[in-house]
Write a protein that binds this ligand. Structure first.
Ligand SMILES: [Zn+2]
Length: 274
């Protein structure tokens, strides 16, 4: 029997890099320019306009990207939910959580013109009840505010802890990411943060260094958060014969697996003998 491993990203790559930024402050403009310069993909988690009035204690005169700019600015990246009011969902009623997502989705979708299917938890505040409510409102993934400092893929995308905040995206961590894999698992390097934290030229220089370091590698797939979710769902959705001699891909996404350690593509809608 052949050795089958469902451990490859798009185009048979073994590694994937994604970025995730919250709150939609005007510093996103410079950050997007940086991502575009280095051919990187990111997801931007945005609230409804005016949410900041609930948090005068934290925000001194913040400036936000205007919705008229979203389409142009975030082109090629993903716009995703972050709650209508940026509330602490753990401390709010079910009805309020659902409204947080529903109204946020409606607003973002009206601007972007596509289904908005993911989110990051405002303040990283969530539990199983929050997950259930967000899922009920159509969310397919949600990023926490924790750091795994590793490169795994979550079993449940509604509890998605990234690798690290950009401050800890060091050269050493990237070297670990790129190091040879003993068992050939697929790796994901997930960097998150807030563009307004980049408030000195020194911090911007670090961010540019991070982008430069992770960019331009042949063996890395650069993807938005939802592209990763769609790909992994397609990969997990493969159907195998009982003896794993054939695989059927019922999705509309081409996926890659390893057969005796060699990459094999299972095209969308096709059955492949292995
Ligand atoms: Zn936030």
């Amino acid at each position: 029997m052949k050795f089958i491993e469902t451990t490859l990203w798009q185009d048979g790559k073994e590694r994937c890099v994604t970025f995730s930024y919250d709150d939609g402050r005007i510093e996103d403009r410079r950050l997007v320019a940086l991502f575009n310069k280095y051919g990187l993909k990111a997801t931007f988690h945005l609230n409804n306009p005016g949410f900041e009035k609930h948090f005068p204690q934290f925000l001194s005169d913040p400036e936000f990207v205007s919705p008229e700019e979203y389409k142009e600015l975030y082109r090629g990246h993903e716009v995703s939910c972050h709650g209508e009011q940026h509330s602490f969902m753990y401390y709010t009623p079910d009805e309020y959580i659902r409204r947080e997502i529903r109204e946020n989705r409606r607003f973002l979708e009206s601007v972007m013109g596509y289904p908005v299917r993911g989110m990051s938890y405002p303040f990283g505040s969530f539990d199983d009840r929050v997950i259930a409510n967000c899922r009920a409102e159509g969310m397919e993934y949600a990023r926490t505010a924790s750091e795994s400092m590793s490169f795994g893929i979550p079993s449940d995308f509604m509890n998605w802890t990234g690798t690290c905040h950009h401050e800890r995206a060091t050269k050493e961590l990237f070297e670990k990411f790129m190091s040879p894999m003993l068992y050939g698992f697929m790796r994901l390097y997930y960097i998150w943060g807030h563009s307004y934290e980049l408030n000195t030229e020194e911090k911007w220089a670090h961010m540019e260094e991070v982008c430069k370091t992770v960019s331009g590698h042949e063996g890395i797939w650069y993807a938005t958060n939802i592209e990763i979710v769609d790909y992994i769902n397609a990969l997990r959705g493969l159907r195998f014969t009982a003896d794993c001699t054939a695989a059927y891909n019922p999705s509309c996404t081409d996926v890659w697996i390893k057969v005796d350690r060699e990459p094999v593509c299972i095209p969308a809608g096709k059955t492949v003998a292995l």
